[in-house]
Write a protein that binds this ligand. Structure first.
Ligand SMILES: Nc1nc2c(ncn2[C@@H]2O[C@H](COP(=O)(O)OP(=O)(O)OP(=O)(O)O)[C@@H](O)[C@H]2O)c(=O)[nH]1
Ligand SMILES: [Mg+2]
Length: 217
């Protein structure tokens, strides 16, 4: 299927916060109740529509375990968007956010859009981080913030789609040189009527989209 743009995302955050489950809910609309620890990096993809344009999201789901941290770092480069996830029931996952941001600052492109996600919002009775604290952290660091549940699907679509909207907005305002693929954006054939993005950026030689694969099999 053709697309106007492809955006690369990375999902980061401590082990067990629900990164793989968020991806699975977004790509397959199902929930995995057992912690199936990610080893290295997994991959998922889905097509979405922003302002009448088909956009393919290519999503890299990283392992949160400390021992995989150096592998994870190698995926920041070339990501246009990041979902930085903590678990609202485990305060330490919130306290580690600063160190994840530090990694992102060192290894990602400075225009990467970061969405802060407080996941497991369905477990309100076990909450250890208030919504206000999440909002405050996001405000201080210039991030967008949402609380989600990979279990009930609350805000899962919004998390991925609002990030794409922000990236698309940056393209339209000229923040990115979309011909430079290190920004994690690829211009495809103009699906969706209005053409493929900014004038002069469509490259006819662009390879056809890769096959969509699903994660977490
Ligand atoms: N109640 C509830 N449980 C969740 C939610 N999201 C994930 N879980 C559970 O949390 C555990 C860990 O989820 P994963 O998605 O595997 O965590 P991860 O962040 O990918 O962990 P690593 O791969 O080790 O980095 C699993 O048992 C999930 O079922 C949620 O929104 N609500
Ligand atoms: Mg995982």
């Amino acid at each position: 299927m053709s697309y106007a743009y492809l955006f690369k995302y990375i999902i980061i955050g401590d082990t067990g916060v629900g990164k793989s489950c968020l991806l699975l809910q977004f790509t397959d609309k199902r929930f995995q109740p057992v912690h199936d620890l990610t080893i290295g990096v997994e991959f998922g993809a889905r097509m979405i529509n922003i302002d009448g344009k088909q956009i393919k999201l290519q999503i890299w789901d990283t392992a949160g375990q400390e021992s995989f941290r150096s592998i994870t770092r190698s995926y920041y480069r070339g990501a246009a968007g990041a979902l930085l996830v903590y678990d609202i029931t485990r305060r330490e996952t919130f306290e580690h956010l600063a160190s994840w941001l530090e990694d992102a600052r060192q290894h990602a492109n400075p225009n990467m859009t970061i969405m802060l996600i407080g996941n497991k919002a369905d477990l309100g009775h076990r909450r250890a981080v208030s919504t206000e604290e999440g909002e405050q952290f996001a405000k201080e660091h210039g991030l967008v913030f949402l609380e989600t549940s990979a279990k009930t699907a609350l805000n899962v679509e919004e998390a991925f789609i609002n990030t794409a909207r922000a990236i698309h907005g940056k393209i339209q305002s000229g923040v990115f040189d979309v011909s430079n693929e290190s920004y994690g954006i690829k211009v495809g054939y103009g699906a969706g009527g209005t053409g493929a993005g900014a004038p002069g950026t469509v490259r006819p030689g662009e390879p056809s989209p890769q096959q969509t694969s699903s994660c977490c099999s």
